[in-house]
Design a protein around this ligand. Structure first.
Ligand SMILES: Nc1ncnc2c1ncn2[C@@H]1O[C@H](COP(=O)(O)OP(=O)(O)OP(=O)(O)O)[C@@H](O)[C@H]1O
Length: 306
């Protein structure tokens, strides 16, 4: 059986006296974008730095493609591309010079470098900028170059730390598209604390809070993690708020316009079925009822215990 791209087992890290992460267990397989979510100080960077071999764990194991990062760090690192939050760009180099320099740092074979640099420049849409100084590129193009250096040695696994941070809305869309593109044939772990980013770009989520994994699943599972317990209902002949809250299981009700009511209920589907029956028998003429999804922000707050 093929090894997972990343396997993290019982990972702990302590900075002086404080545990930053405790008993992190993760397994990531297949191509696509995995979002690593968590609020500030949750332990994302610590986990990513250990996975990428930049920081040595206090205890626990990390395997990249089955290779133990402590036993064979060079081999493991060869499978990883990393774009830290602050891209390590040298402003006085041109795009071409910089990528050639990165290829040497990756110990790429000399004869393969020219073609590899051209390949990533084209893939990341910076080929036409190849002779420009990095200092003269926009933030979006600098980030593209950062992504280009991360995939230069064609790694199976790429880690991007908050890659759209500080970009304008158009640049964000372009960089997201690029991330989706490079994730077609590799696994991308994207760290962010922006929930809309996860919705837009990721297929699955790992969430870390207080140094522990608190969620692991698909975006849809994350979205539905908390039972939606708000419904919106429209009536042609609406009842009063008192009539609605007198129904079993309805906790709160308020008009959002003349005919529409937002209701908070106990989460039991029978409560809604009963309200529909009451509407028919009392002639409220319900024309619409729909469950309102819990917002990602609410889920995030619930999972992070805030
Ligand atoms: N070098 C360090 N020395 C001491 N404590 C640290 C160090 N780096 C991080 N920490 C602490 O470890 C915990 C986890 O930090 P980490 O940077 O991994 O979180 P994060 O989720 O990446 O947060 P952010 O999004 O703010 O970067 C925090 O409590 C942080 O204060």
């Amino acid at each position: 059986m093929e090894n997972p791209v990343v396997k993290v087992e019982h990972l702990y890290h302590r900075y002086s006296t404080q545990w930053a992460i405790e008993d992190i267990n993760l397994e990531i397989e297949g191509a696509g974008v995995v979002g690593l979510l968590g609020s500030n100080g949750a332990g994302k960077s610590t986990t990513m730095n250990i996975i990428c071999g930049v920081l040595k764990q206090t205890k626990g194991k990390v395997y990249i493609n089955g290779v133990d990062t402590l036993k064979n760090p060079e081999v493991a690192r060869g499978y990883i591309g990393f774009l830290p939050q602050k891209p390590p760009l040298y402003p006085d180099l041109t795009v071409n010079e910089y990528l050639n320099f990165c290829a040497e740092i990756h110990w790429m074979e000399r004869k393969s470098i020219k073609a590899a640099v051209k390949r990533v420049e084209e893939r990341c849409g910076v080929y036409h900028m190849k002779d420009r100084l990095l200092r003269n590129l926009s933030g979006g193009y600098q980030q593209r170059v950062g992504i280009a250096q991360a995939i230069l040695h064609d790694p199976k696994f790429v880690v991007l730390d908050e890659p759209t941070n500080g970009l304008d809305p158009n640049q964000i869309l372009e960089v997201r598209q690029l991330i989706q593109n490079i994730a077609e044939d590799r696994t991308v772990l994207l760290s962010t604390h922006i929930l809309s980013e996860v919705q837009a770009a990721c297929s699955s989520i790992k969430m870390i809070e207080h140094g522990h994994v608190v969620f692991s699943g698909t975006v849809e599972e994350f979205d539905n993690y908390i039972e939606p317990n708000t419904v919106y209902a429209r009536f042609d002949l609406p009842p009063t708020i008192d009539e609605l809250v007198a129904l079993p299981g309805i906790r709160r009700a308020e008009f959002s316009d003349d005919h529409g009511v937002r209701l908070s209920y106990d989460g039991d589907r029978d409560t809604i079925k009963n309200m529909i029956r009451e509407s028919v028998s009392r002639g409220w003429e319900m024309t619409e009822v729909k469950t309102e999804k819990t917002s990602m922000e609410a889920i995030f707050a619930k999972l992070s215990g805030k």
